[in-house]
Design a protein around this ligand. Structure first.
Ligand code: MG
Length: 452
């Protein structure tokens, strides 16, 4: 098990994704099913988000699994973390048909390991090799798998999330939930109602055309949620991406809480209660590290991508290091005492629990966080490798971290320059407590990119 990045041919950081009918076809889903069934025998759980292409792709994937002798349990539409939880409890592997936050024309497959984590790079490469070489071990007629349909299994996930926070913690709290017509339409309102919250919803009818807003929970798309928060006098608004492994928040005024600030608020609470390490990608804002250190915690940085965060958390735990939280700064938060994957439903419950322990509203809690100036941008580059070499040479005398791309660490600022794995692009993040310092470092990096 490694937390380093390895380049794959078909799968990206979070599974296979593509436009339906062009890159993501039933033929490909069938091949993934055949390959996964050849690699992992036993009982396999399959789930999906609400996309219109979901039933066709799930049927093809299941056909591959059944033909290789696996027993398939179809859990229907449910959040990715719900399927991950069920796999961890009951199954030998799993697969979710989802394109997460991508627009409705996309779909994809996330493969889940027996421990509930997304499949790591080494195993994914074995899976890809089988797909490309068509090395499948189909079984004879008397050994094919059987299919079970179990849509009610999702209640086990809801129960587990509810058990994870103190009972009745949401009493007196009014929330508006916007699942964006995605996989959490049923689960998050059910979780928060069970916690005692008064729950209003918007975009809460499952609809793979995503008529109310796109599956990415961006500040722009959440304007109607903000209106409803204000109209109902709610304490907060909660929104998910399409497969609800992420959750983002609006305060009582309908204002979007930047995702690094969300991570910092949760890290602050968790580190106050338990000393240990918080794991985050090198792209995470210093607001998180500041709150972790303020509470006597430690931070451990990983490459960018939730599987690297999750796998590093497991590796640290195996080494006897207490890990209390993981996160990405995009609304994806991992609670190791629950499971080693991002969980939007539990994140919703956690923020309600944080508010229950505070006399101040969410807007004040967010405003009290230390402020940093963050610049994020991306640039097209025909040869990203050349740009990286120029950056390395230009900043050679400085403290450079190569966890993922190049991170330049200065006492008053940091920057991350990272080539995209799939496109001719270089991504840049710069941060400092001072706007001017951040802008200066950003300009230095820009000059290198233009040279490269
Ligand atoms: Mg997602």
């Amino acid at each position: 098990m490694s937390s380093r990045k390895i380049k794959k041919r078909l799968f990206g950081t979070n599974g296979v994704r593509g436009i339906v009918g062009r890159d993501m076809t039933p033929e490909l889903a069938l091949s993934i099913g055949l390959a996964l069934g050849s690699l992992r025998k036993g009982r396999i759980a399959v789930g999906r988000d609400t996309r219109t292409s979901g039933p066709a792709l799930a049927s093809a994937l299941k056909a591959g699994l059944l033909a290789t002798g696996c027993d398939v349990t179809d859990c229907g539409i449910l959040p990715t973390p719900a399927l991950q939880y069920l796999v961890m409890k009951h199954f030998d592997a799993g697969a979710v048909i989802t394109a997460s936050h991508n627009p409705p024309e996309y779909n994809g497959v996330k493969v889940i390991e027996p421990d509930g984590t997304e499949m790591g790079d080494e195993e994914t490469i074995l899976l890809e090799d089988r797909i490309f070489s068509r090395n499948f071990t189909t079984t004879p007629w008397n050994d094919t798998g059987s299919e079970h349909v179990a849509p009610a299994l999702v209640h086990e996930y809801i129960d587990a999330v509810v058990r994870h926070v103190p009972g009745g913690i949401g009493e007196g709290c009014t929330v508006v939930v916007d699942p964006g017509s995605g996989a959490a339409c049923f689960t998050t309102p059910a979780i928060l109602t069970r916690l005692g919250c008064r729950v209003y919803t918007i975009n809460s009818q499952m609809d793979g055309r995503f008529p109310g807003r796109l599956p990415e929970p961006s500040a722009d798309g959440l304007a109607p949620l903000g209106d409803l928060v204000r109209a109902t006098g709610a304490d907060l608004g909660i929104a998910h991406d399409g497969d609800a492994d992420r959750a983002v928040f609006l305060d009582e005024n309908g204002r979007f809480i930047e995702e690094n600030c969300e991570f910092a608020l949760i890290a602050d609470r968790v580190c106050r209660e338990r000393k240990g390490t918080v794991v985050a990608p090198v792209s995470t804002s210093l607001v998180v590290e500041t709150m972790v250190r303020r509470n006597g915690g430690k931070i451990h940085y990983t490459p960018v991508g939730s599987i690297y965060v999750a796998r590093t958390m497991r590796m640290l735990e195996a080494d006897g290091i207490p890990v209390v939280l993981g996160g990405e700064g995009n609304g994806g938060i991992i609670y190791p005492s629950h499971q080693f994957c991002r969980d939007g439903g539990l994140t919703a419950a956690m923020v309600v629990a944080i508010l229950a322990g505070e006399s101040r509203p969410l807007s004040v809690l967010a405003d009290e966080l230390p402020r940093f100036h963050l610049i994020k941008d991306k640039f097209s580059a025909d040869t990203p490798e050349l740009v990286m070499k120029t950056i390395e040479a230009s900043f050679a005398g400085e403290i450079l971290d190569r966890t993922d791309g190049i991170r330049i660490n200065r006492p008053d600022a940091w920057a991350l320059v990272r080539p995209s794995g799939t496109e001719p692009l270089v991504r840049v993040i710069v941060e400092s407590a001072e706007r001017k310092t951040a802008e200066q470092l950003f300009t230095e990096i820009m000059q290198c990119i233009q040279k490269g």
